[in-house]
Design a protein around this ligand. Structure first.
Ligand code: DON
Length: 574
């Protein structure tokens, strides 16, 4: 009898302790924000998250472990990035999500910033007719109405966990602080002068003695903003105290975002732009991003030309891809802009006959000068800093998110009392026909400023399906180089059969029609440069092109997650 009782007590005790540990798992996340390492790649069975910051990737995986799906993890990762990666992670910017859901649905969420109600076409042209890129690229007037918070709540409709759980890790990171890396310290130090110039209230990022590796960054104002969002949902950002702080900041700095601009902002559910490539199905971002359509055009322009036989980074392959890039970007400049405001001829510029016609001037022996490539004739009747995250789970959900403030730290203006940077996304509009934006991209009518319109983007969160199941989840920052980086990464894997790491790490190149130059990364093969120079190409070596984060689903169904080695990017899985 006594013995039985003893066993009963023991079983009861074990049951209780299991319950408590389950509860602990559900309510808090155990990540040490003061001591963490970077992992560049991993192979996982249950799910994976790749992002620009180890703490953010770890938060995402913890959410998966708590029973969240890839959408939940993507939301929590973005919120964490808004704290630990202030140069691009954001509350004050916007982004796009492309997802293939476990139930087979394909969705795109557009939370791109929007021109304020009193914005107008010539708002950056001064009385002498000069386009004031200083005003469209920095400070209060450069900001569009932020979309991120609305986008996160729109995304949450497809998640499983409560928003409270998804935002808590970000609150903890902001409140308790985290250790910054050497790269982050350097980045904040180079920002100090601009921070002083573009802020009306001294932000926490200003440090007279300079930042150094190992410093702890605590963000008290941001904590309060996050708590308001936790408590009141999207209204905790677009209304009430946060909205008031944004509007007050605008008034102090001669910005134009009003409380009704904020209240009226909505994220939009769209259909991904899709196309097939040699049996794969590609899901890309539709307008207002040029990403999906550019990728479609470039891939179709090379599809029938047997690029695999030319070899990776052979002169022929690089030249072919360059010519495809050049032609697609000429169309971007002429035809692309927010399709809710401008009729973008999507079907025509992606039509096989049109694309064939575009490549008629392609000559494998020499460069086609950009002056000869006008945007295609339609066949009638017939930095810079952004951030990408890729997430996948074992329920069949795959999520690609690219989010941005535009330039590194956006407008450089932190909302006084609210602790987050505002974007400088207005520069992505064509502020004057023919005047290049900060990425050298030109545009005209299609991408002219109008109240409520969303500025044209290059962000390309992309999912490649094989047998209608996720195969690649990929994307990158890099302004106009985004679609070309995604293009090259996919071609490297599908055509050149490269390892996922090589596909990401090998030097990239970029042509965007204007300027008529071929940008290359350090380490690009000299032999290719020499032979292409003879064909009439003008090269210039630039800094890193993108920070590509990718997940590949292997034949054994495991997830191979690879983070770019061009930054502190990190891949986690479980
Ligand atoms: O939406 C766009 O195309 C740009 N605002 C993205 C900026 C960007 O990728 C900067 N990163 N290096």
């Amino acid at each position: 009898m006594m013995r039985n009782k003893y066993w009963l007590y023991l079983i009861f005790f074990i049951f209780l302790s299991c319950k408590t540990s389950q509860k602990n798992n559900n309510s808090s996340i155990s990540i040490d924000p003061y001591k963490y390492t970077i992992q560049k790649s991993t192979i996982a069975e249950n799910g994976a998250v790749v992002s620009a910051h180890p703490l953010a990737s770890k938060v995402g995986v913890e959410i998966l472990k708590m029973g969240g799906n890839a959408i939940d993890a993507a939301i929590a990762t973005q919120l964490a990035l808004a704290v630990v990666y202030p140069q691009a992670g954001n509350l004050g910017g916007g982004g796009f999500m492309v997802a293939k859901l476990g139930n087979g649905k394909e969705i795109a969420i557009d939370y791109r910033e929007m021109a304020p109600g009193s914005a107008h076409r010539d708002m950056y042209i001064d009385s002498a007719g000069v386009a004031r890129t200083d005003k469209s690229q920095d400070g209060h007037l450069s900001s569009g109405v932020p979309g991120t918070v609305a986008g996160l709540f729109e995304s949450a409709k497809y998640g499983k966990l409560s928003f409270d759980k998804l935002i808590q890790p970000a609150i903890d990171l902001a409140e308790k602080g985290f250790t910054i890396s050497e790269r982050e310290a350097r980045s904040l130090n180079t920002l100090q002068d601009e921070l002083k110039q573009f802020n009306t209230v001294t932000p926490v990022f200003i440090k007279e003695s300079g930042w150094k590796e190992g410093d702890t960054l605590v963000q008290t104002d941001l904590t309060q903003t996050l708590k308001r969002i936790k408590e009141k949902g999207a209204a905790g950002f677009y209304e009430g105290e946060t909205a008031k702080l944004i509007v007050e900041e605008m008034k102090r700095g001669s910005g134009i975002i009003t409380s009704s601009d904020l209240k009226n902002y909505t994220a939009k559910l769209r259909e991904p732009h899709t196309f097939d490539y040699k049996g794969y199905k590609v899901l890309g971002m539709p307008m207002p991003s040029s990403g999906g359509i550019l990728l479609h055009q470039m891939m179709k322009m090379i599809e029938e030309r047997n690029i695999a036989s030319m070899g990776f980074q052979s002169t022929q392959a690089v030249q072919l891809m360059t010519e495809a890039e050049r032609r697609a970007y000429a169309d971007r400049a002429e035809y692309m802009g927010d399709a809710d405001f401008y009729k973008v001829p999507v079907d025509m510029i992606t039509h096989p006959v049109y694309l064939q016609e575009r490549m008629k001037t392609y000559d494998p022996a020499k460069a086609t000068p950009s002056t000869m490539i006008k945007p295609g004739i339609l066949i009638r009747a017939e930095s810079k800093e952004t951030t990408h995250l890729s997430v996948i789970d074992k329920e069949g959900n795959a999520v690609a998110v690219t989010t941005t403030l535009n330039n590194s730290y956006g407008s450089k203006t932190v909302v006084g009392g609210a602790g987050f940077f505002l974007n400088d996304e207005m520069d992505d509009f064509s502020i004057k026909p023919g005047v290049p934006n900060m990425y050298g991209a030109v545009g005209g009518e299609a991408n002219a400023i109008m109240p409520g319109k969303r500025m044209l983007s290059s962000m390309s969160p992309t999912i490649v399906l094989k047998d209608n199941k996720p195969f690649l989840v990929v994307g990158t920052p890099g302004g106009t180089t985004i679609p070309t980086s995604v293009f090259q990464t996919i071609v490297n894997i599908i055509e050149f059969n490269m390892s996922t790491e090589d596909a990401v790490y090998k030097p990239k190149f970029h042509h965007q029609w204007l300027p008529d130059t071929l940008a290359i990364e350090k380490g690009f093969p000299q032999m290719v440069i020499d032979s292409m120079q003879k064909m009439g190409y003008h090269f210039y070596e630039r800094g890193a092109i993108g920070r590509t984060e990718i997940i590949k689903v292997l034949a054994n169904k495991k997830f191979e997650a690879v983070a770019d080695n061009r930054g502190d990017d990190d891949a986690e899985g479980w």
